[in-house]
Design a protein around this ligand. Structure first.
Ligand SMILES: [Zn+2]
Length: 249
């Protein structure tokens, strides 16, 4: 199966190889690694390149708003165009949970990157927190598709995104005891979801509290399979096909 959204703090090529091997042995064959700050991109991209199972999603996270220059955006566009295994612009979006005061800057940064995605015909990976209305309105201005990463909204919101042709990224949150996502997910077809861990964050039950890893993706897949009363193989097959459709991998 494919972890469509994770983060890596790459310490060395050797450690990365060791980690990737362990992930692969746990049944996760491919990863889309999100590099969404300048620092992350500078440090991680050279190490992640040329790893067969690693694909990249590059962009600037809403928390970077106010720190990104036109030059940075030009450099991002160049990387998106020229680097191998780049499959998406992201994660990009709006986060009004922590940084409400930077709304204007966030919207500006988000739109600049939506324009890049539209120009390059790349899908987008969306981070949206406490900002559903603005996110939907901005996405509707552009001819793009993609995934709402770490979706945890209402069924009504899910339906709007699905109607727009977006996939919903489902991760460890669905396994949390107090999460309402189970009820929402039970009414969403597998054809609209992608599996993700958002590692090292949001570790699924029963490993909650420990650091997350893409190797836990099968736990999330199994949880969804049980919820849907389907075999895990079916979940894998359909979400892999969704992944192929949107990211061409
Ligand atoms: Zn993320």
């Amino acid at each position: 199966m494919i972890d469509t959204h994770c983060h890596f703090d790459v310490k060395s090529k050797d450690l990365l190889k060791k980690e990737l091997k362990e992930i692969y042995q746990n049944g996760v064959e491919k990863l889309i690694v999100s590099c969404c700050t300048k620092e992350e991109q500078m440090k991680n991209i050279p190490l992640l390149l040329n790893e067969d199972m690693v694909y990249l999603s590059l962009g600037f996270h809403p928390e970077e708003a106010g720190k990104i220059s036109t030059e940075d955006l030009n450099h991002l566009e160049k990387m998106l165009k020229s680097l191998p295994h780049v499959v998406a612009v992201g994660e990009i979006g709006l986060d009004y949970f922590y940084t409400k005061d930077q709304k204007k800057e966030q919207i500006q940064l988000f739109e600049s990157q939506l324009k890049i995605a539209e120009r390059l015909h790349l899908p987008v990976v969306i981070h949206s927190r406490d900002a559903t209305e603005d996110t939907i309105n901005l996405l509707q201005k552009y001819k793009i598709n993609g995934v709402i990463h770490c979706f945890s909204g209402s069924l009504e919101t899910a339906k709007i995104y699905m109607k727009m042709g977006f996939f919903l990224g489902i991760g460890g949150v669905v396994t949390f005891k107090n999460s309402h996502l189970k009820e929402v997910l039970s009414q969403i077809p597998l054809e609209s979801i992608l599996l993700e861990t958002d590692s090292p964050y949001l570790t699924p039950v029963p490993y909650r509290g420990k650091e997350n890893s893409p190797k836990y993706l099968p736990i999330i897949a199994q949880f969804i399979a049980d919820l849907k009363q389907k075999d895990i193989k079916i979940v894998e097959e359909i979400t892999n096909s969704n992944c192929k459709q949107i990211f061409h991998i």
